[in-house]
Design a protein around this ligand. Structure first.
Ligand code: ADP
Ligand code: SF4
Ligand code: MG
Length: 373
């Protein structure tokens, strides 16, 4: 006999219980963040947008990872899924596991997640004005963040706020703590956000395009600051950016995203000097090298696929100069590249691609040499 759900209260509709996630074994203790098969979709008027469609990566304690890719590839949705800040609806985390500091956080009650967010895991957003409250002084806001997660008095929280403002390079921290966000420049506001994000000694900091809204000289200072604080505190850093130069200067490992998936990952110097995926190579060729200034940018031909009509095979196939029949049949897995720690989602690295791989490698070596001349 099948069980029937009986609604005893005719006013409240019956909502099905959330689907229990299949949770696998925890990662080894040195892995702080383990994202496995993450899928976050948005249900909109025209259909479903698979914004993140099977993302896997790991971040070890104290490690720095850059997540790069063109606008719209799913970087922010990945980070918001880790923070569990996706608006449901229209969003939905349809599959996957996220392990953070030994616990699977997608199956955790929201009350427990709130304790982690802002203390063990914190985020620096692109535009600090949207995250700072205009009606409170910045000192107050940092102190409140400290009080929310630590058992401290108001006075102790205020001293922590001043101490953090000093740590992010603010010259007169006591005076600045009494100022309101609108009284500060964009660079100063971003320093305040960094102070707030680091105020509870997080184990993980997620910085989503933290310098994009700032002018170039301030960008460099803020990146230096994030890097220095990360080294001093030993926090792991997930740095999201569309800028390969930022990644090259700031992080140890990188992951390249395309159409909601990671297409290549590995140590920064390996990925940037010996790219293994045609998309990574395309991104590298689009950087204006010094000697090329004034020349037309070599942008990747074609456009990002329509989210409602994703190619059945490799998502990069319509734009890929190396594509062949195999690429149209199914989407490749992330394949380990022999002799290192790089993985690439491309059939060139499967036995069937062997005859084509040599030509790709010839172009890849020539392109990287051209960029670094
Ligand atoms: N609230 C939303 N509703 C519908 N679609 C969304 C929403 N947020 C993000 N998306 C879609 O998800 C995709 C990935 O977005 P995002 O992660 O913000 O990209 P980016 O890599 O630039 O950070 C985009 O196609 C975007 O349109
Ligand atoms: S699998 Fe095929 S289409 Fe996709 S990136 Fe590799 S060569 Fe290009
Ligand atoms: Mg974004």
């Amino acid at each position: 006999m099948t069980a029937k759900i009986v609604n005893l209260d005719p006013v409240t509709p019956v909502t099905p219980a959330p689907v229990r996630r299949v949770v696998g074994p925890p990662p080894p203790p040195d892995v702080l963040l383990d994202v496995r098969g993450l899928k976050t979709y948005f249900h909109v008027m025209d259909g479903t947008v698979p914004a993140v469609d099977g993302v896997d990566f790991q971040l070890k304690r104290g490690e720095t990872l850059g997540l790069v890719g063109e606008s719209g590839c799913g970087k922010s949705v990945t980070s918001l899924s880790i923070m569990r800040l996706i608006d449901i609806p229209p969003g939905e985390i349809v599959a996957g596991e996220i392990w953070f500091d030994g616990q699977e956080i997608l199956s955790m009650p929201m009350s427990q997640m709130r304790k982690i967010r802002g203390s063990d895991m914190s985020m620096i957003f692109q535009e600090p004005m949207t995250s700072l409250n205009p009606v409170f002084t910045v000192g107050n806001q940092i102190a409140e963040a400290v009080k929310a997660h630590r058992d401290v008095s108001g006075r102790e929280a205020w001293s922590r706020a001043v101490e953090m403002l000093e740590a992010v390079g603010i010259a007169a921290p006591k005076r600045l703590a009494k100022q309101y966000p609108h009284e500060l420049s964009g660079g100063m506001r971003q320093r305040v956000m960094i102070a707030m994000a680091l105020s509870c000694d997080p184990k993980l900091v997620i910085a989503d395009e933290p310098t994009t809204a700032l002018d170039v000289t301030i960008q460099a200072q803020i990146l230096e600051l994030i890097k220095a604080l990360q080294e001093r505190t030993g926090a792991a850093l997930l740095l999201i950016t569309h800028d390969l130069a930022v990644v090259a200067e700031t992080v140890q490992r990188m992951a390249v995203m395309y159409a909601g998936r990671i297409v290549e990952s590995g140590p920064v110097e390996d990925v940037l000097l010996r790219p293994q995926h045609p998309y990574t190579l395309g991104l590298l060729s689009s950087i204006p090298a010094l000697h090329k200034r004034g020349r037309q940018l070599d942008v990747i031909k074609g456009v990002v696929p329509n989210p409602f009509r994703m190619p059945a095979g490799c998502k990069f196939e319509p734009r890929c100069p190396y594509a062949w029949d195999r690429c149209r049949q199914s989407d490749p897995e992330l394949l380990a590249i022999p002799g290192g720690d790089v993985r690439a989602r491309c059939y060139l690295h499967s036995p069937e691609g062997a005859s084509r791989l040599a030509e790709f490698e010839r172009v890849s070596v020539a392109t990287v040499a051209d960029e670094t001349l």
